[in-house]
Design a protein around this ligand. Structure first.
Ligand code: ASP
Ligand code: MG
Length: 403
C-alpha cells in the first residue's frame, strides 16, 4: 500500500515524540508499505514565530511571514529524516516546493492549485521514505507560501490525492471522531467509519481533529482519510465515501454548537425585495447566516428569525438597526443564550421518523424548540442554551449511540 501519514504539532512536540513518530513510520515501512510523511511544526512553534515577527512589526509583510512560518515544518521534516536514516531506513525530507505543491500567490492563506508528485515518486521508487514539510507550497513566481493556520492537514490530503494513495492517516492527540463530545456525554463511542458528508455536518465534533476544508478536499479527491492518535495503537475513524459504508447507521452523531445567536425581526415591511435587501447587506458585512425562518405576522407584515455566529452578532446588529431606523422593520431582538443541536446520519435518507423522535424527546424533557431546519442527512434544532447538555445526552440515548 501507499500510505500518507500526517503528524500534527503535539505528535512531534519534542525530540522524544519525533523519535516515537520515526518508530511508528518504520513499522509501517517494515510491513511493506511505501510511505510519505507530512509533518507540522513542533507544537507552539508557529505561534512562537508569529510572536517573533510581532516583536518588530504590527503588520509584517505577508510574504516575509511565509518565509518565517514555513521554517517550523522544515525543522521537524529534516529531524525526522535524520532519525529514520539513523535507524537504517533511508529517508529524504522535502520542502513544499520540492514536493511539487504549487499554490496561488495569496501569502499566508494560499490555495493549492496543483501537486506535481514527480520528485516524491522518484524518491519512493528508490525505496526512500519521503518526509514533506506541511503547510507550505510555492507560488508560480517562486515564492514560499503557506496555506493558513492548521494547513498541514491540507498538504497531506492534497499529496494523498496526487499520489493516489490508498490511505491518508492524520495523527493527532485525539483518538478519532466520537458520536458526540465525550465531555458532555462520557458514554460517547468512537466511530469506526463515517461518510464525508456526515463529517462535514458534524464539524463541531471534528473541530479539534480535522478542518472542514481538509474533509472537503478529501471528498473532492476521493481520499480515504483516517484520524487517529499517535499516542497509542488504538484504531481511529475512517472518513470515506458513503458507498464504502455497508451498514449505514440511522444516526451517526449529535453535534452541539453553542456559538450561535438568534436575531428576531418583528414586523418586517411586506414588499418584494425586502429579504434580499436585508440579507445582501448582512452578507456584504461578512455576516454568516445559518438558519432562517420567515412567517406571516400581522397587518401583512412578516416576522423573520435567523441565526448567526456569536462573533458576527455585533456586525449583524449594526445592519439590522439601520433597517429599524428606516422603519422597514418594527423591532429587532437579539438572543445569545441559544444553541444549535444537530442530529446527523446518512440513514435518514431512507428512513422516516427520525425527526419525529427528536421532537418527542425534546417534549419529554420539556425543552422548547425555537427553530428547526433539516437537510437530507441532518436535523438541527435551536434551543435555550441552558438545556444544551441535557438535549445532547437525551438524544444520544434515544438513538442508542451509546450501544
Ligand atoms: N504549523 C502550522 C500551524 O500551527 C500548520 C499546522 O500545524 O497544520 O498552524
Ligand atoms: Mg493541526
Amino acid at each position: 500500500m501507499l500510505i500518507v501519514q500526517k503528524f500534527g504539532g503535539t505528535s512531534v512536540g519534542d525530540l522524544d515524540r519525533i523519535q516515537n513518530v520515526a518508530n511508528r513510520v518504520s513499522i509501517t515501512k517494515k510491513a511493506g508499505n511505501d510511505i510519505v510523511v507530512v509533518v507540522s511544526a513542533m507544537s507552539g512553534e508557529t505561534n512562537k514565530l508569529v510572536s517573533y515577527a510581532e516583536h518588530f512589526s504590527k503588520a509584517p509583510a505577508r510574504a516575509e511571514m511565509d518565509m518565517l512560518l514555513s521554517s517550523g515544518e522544515r525543522v521537524t521534516a529534516s529531524l525526522l529524516a535524520i532519525a529514520l536514516s539513523e535507524m537504517g531506513f533511508p529517508a529524504v525530507s522535502m520542502t513544499g516546493r520540492k514536493a511539487g505543491i504549487v499554490t496561488d500567490n495569496i501569502h499566508t492563506k494560499a490555495r493549492i492549485e496543483v501537486v506535481d508528485p514527480t520528485a516524491m515518486k522518484k524518491a519512493i521508487s528508490e525505496g526512500k521514505i519521503v518526509i514533506v514539510a506541511g503547510f507550505q507550497g510555492v507560488s508560480h513566481d517562486g515564492n514560499v507560501t503557506t496555506l493558513g493556520r492548521g494547513g498541514s492537514d491540507l498538504s497531506a490530503v492534497a499529496i494523498a490525492g496526487a499520489l493516489k494513495a490508498d490511505l491518508c492517516e492524520i495523527y493527532t492527540d485525539v483518538s478519532g471522531i466520537f458520536t458526540t463530545d465525550p465531555r458532555i456525554e462520557p458514554k460517547a463511542k468512537k466511530l469506526d467509519k463515517i461518510s464525508y458528508d456526515e463529517m462535514l455536518e458534524l464539524a463541531s465534533l471534528g473541530a479539534k481533529v480535522l478542518q472542514n476544508r481538509s474533509v472537503e478536499l478529501a471528498k473532492k479527491l476521493n481520499v480515504n482519510l483516517v484520524t487517529r492518535t499517535s499516542f497509542s495503537d488504538e484504531e481511529g475513524t475512517l472518513i470515506t465515501k458513503e458507498e464504502n459504508i455497508m451498514e449505514k447507521p440511522l444516526v451517526s452523531g449529535i453535534a452541539l454548537d453553542k456559538n450561535q445567536a438568534r436575531i428576531s425581526l418583528v414586523g418586517v415591511k411586506d414588499r418584494p425585495g425586502i429579504a434580499s435587501d436585508i440579507f445582501t447587506k448582512l452578507s456584504n458585512n461578512n455576516v454568516n447566516i445559518d438558519m432562517i425562518i420567515q412567517n406571516v405576522g400581522y397587518d401583512g407584515k412578516a416576522n423573520i428569525d435567523f441565526t448567526v455566529p456569536v462573533s458576527d452578532l455585533a456586525d449583524a446588529k449594526r445592519v439590522v438597526e439601520a433597517f429599524v431606523e428606516e422603519v422597514e422593520i418594527n423591532e429587532a431582538s437579539y438572543d445569545e443564550n441559544i444553541c444549535k443541536v444537530s442530529i446527523v446520519g446518512v440513514g435518514m435518507k431512507s428512513h422516516t421518523g427520525v425527526a419525529a423522535k427528536a421532537f418527542s424527546i425534546m417534549a419529554k424533557e420539556n425543552i422548547n424548540i425555537n427553530m428547526i431546519s433539516t437537510s437530507e442527512i441532518k436535523i438541527s434544532m435551536v434551543i435555550d442554551e441552558k438545556y444544551a447538555e441535557l438535549a445532547v445526552r437525551s438524544l444520544h440515548a434515544a438513538y442508542e449511540l451509546d450501544k
